[in-house]
Design a protein around this ligand. Structure first.
Ligand code: GLY
Ligand code: MN
Ligand code: MN
Length: 439
């Protein structure tokens, strides 16, 4: 499933409206990047650029100009068609394709950008630009402004420079039903990958071999991971951004997998933690139940009108109570929360916006205050507990256990909707699934 061009046009309509009259917005896609020497990373368009254009080729810049009336025009600067380059590097839409297939009102060769942009900048009141993303492009924009002023005595460059991200990030934060459909597909594929990992894991298997099982499912569905996969056995789960994934998975340990794919530019983000041998030990079970209870309660707090921070506060309370009940923390729960003593075992936030980027755009506060959930916002809910292997303040039996459970949740008028519900997380369900896979 792909979004129709009409959806991208509708986004540009909304942007033009928010820009106000007599303004110009310039947005470039990201640069191609080398991985090493002349081997490059596979290109992936900038999310906000793609959001507005649906155009996935490298070397492209979109320009939106609004006029005195309500009208606006959309120009796409892109690579020209070139038979030889296309034989080497693949198909290009070219100038005609930009107009016919991508709905541009005007299209130009990217090489003409420096020349054509000056005319477009003249006599506009406001320039919307994504300041600070790319130093070289920032310098180019400054040069255009200088040039527009210098070369045209009776006309001038925009007097006001505004941060385009402020508008586009807000638009991206609230997902349309069509975007949610894409996110649901990404979530379903990722859930299938986690289910497969639970079925395939065996003691002695390498972490990277389990990662390969996830990648197989992503790849079979035409997807790539939306971030570097974390597959951490035992105490490796206590390293929050562990991506080496190069150790054997041991009988008796848990394995934490934080991995998910993106589908048509929309990400998912799932974490599951389960026993390598299919059975939780008593200590693993006790800690897992605390994390799971905190996660259920935090998901339930993703409600329209609740503060963004509510799920975190709910999770922290349940985690801290659990830590006290199990004897890992001592003292009064409220006091332990106030002094942030729980951070010894829970040192990260409970979620983040999710969308085209895994840590998606959109502000978390309005002024001083946490903002409230609105229909169509998507957030992850990912509490955890991590007992460092060398933490001598706790009984030895707890050390080296790391647990996180993460789902993707949409705020809706009917309450929280979990996109990633297709992969089990209750202990009995995990053990049952794993036992069936062995039978
Ligand atoms: N996988 C990145 C995160 O959970 O934030
Ligand atoms: Mn996350
Ligand atoms: Mn994650």
């Amino acid at each position: 499933m792909k979004l129709p061009q009409a959806d991208f046009r509708h986004r540009r309509d909304r942007l033009a409206e928010k820009m106000g009259p007599n303004s110009i917005a310039i947005i470039a896609t990201r640069e191609e990047m080398y991985r090493n020497r002349d081997a490059d990373y596979k290109f992936r368009a900038d999310s906000s650029f793609f959001y507005l254009t649906g155009f996935a080729e490298p070397e492209a810049v979109a320009v939106i100009e609004t006029f005195e009336d309500d009208d606006y025009s959309y120009s796409l600067f892109c690579r020209e068609r070139n038979r030889e380059m296309e034989i080497w590097n693949g198909y290009r839409a070219g100038i005609d394709g930009a107009i016919e297939d991508y709905d541009a009102d005007e299209a130009y060769a990217i090489d003409l950008l420096d020349e054509e942009i000056i005319e477009k900048l003249l006599n506009k009141e406001r320039l919307y630009y994504r300041i600070g993303h790319n130093a070289a492009f920032d310098a180019r924009v400054s040069q255009w402004i200088k040039q527009a002023d210098a070369e045209h005595r009776h006309e001038s460059a925009p007097a006001h420079l505004a941060q385009l991200d402020r508008i586009v990030d807000e638009m991206r934060l609230v997902k349309s039903p069509q975007e949610l459909e894409l996110m649901q597909i990404a979530a379903n594929i990722s859930a299938e990958a986690h289910t497969c990992a639970m079925q395939m894991v065996r003691p002695g298997m390498m972490e990277y071999a389990l990662e390969a099982e996830l990648n197989y499912i992503f790849g079979q569905n035409g997807c790539v991971p939306s971030y570097n996969s974390i597959v951490g056995g035992g105490a490796n789960a206590c390293i929050l951004h562990y991506v080496e994934n190069n150790q054997p998975l041991k009988d008796g340990d848990l394995v934490l997998i934080d991995a998910a794919c993106e589908y048509e530019f929309y990400a998912s983000d799932i974490t599951r933690t389960f026993p390598v041998n299919g059975k939780f030990s008593a200590e693993q079970k006790a800690l897992y139940e605390v994390v799971l209870a905190s996660q259920y309660a935090a998901i339930d707090a993703v409600r329209i009108g609740n503060s963004y921070r509510e799920p975190h506060e709910v999770a922290v309370k349940i985690l801290t109570e659990g830590l006290v009940n199990l004897g890992l923390l001592k003292g009064d729960v409220n006091e332990l929360i106030k002094t942030e003593a729980y951070r010894q075992f829970y040192m990260h936030g409970t979620g983040h916006w999710l969308g085209m980027d895994v840590h998606d755009v959109g502000s978390y506060k309005k002024g001083e205050d946490w903002r409230q959930y609105e229909e169509g916002m998507v957030v992850t809910v990912e509490p955890g507990l991590y007992i460092a292997p060398d933490d001598e303040t706790v009984d030895e039996k707890w050390r080296g256990i790391g647990i996180r459970i993460e789902d993707d949740v949409v705020a809706t008028s009917k309450g929280p909707r979990v996109l990633t519900a297709n992969v089990v997380k209750d202990i009995a369900d995990i053990e049952h699934l794993m036992a069936q896979a062995k039978a």
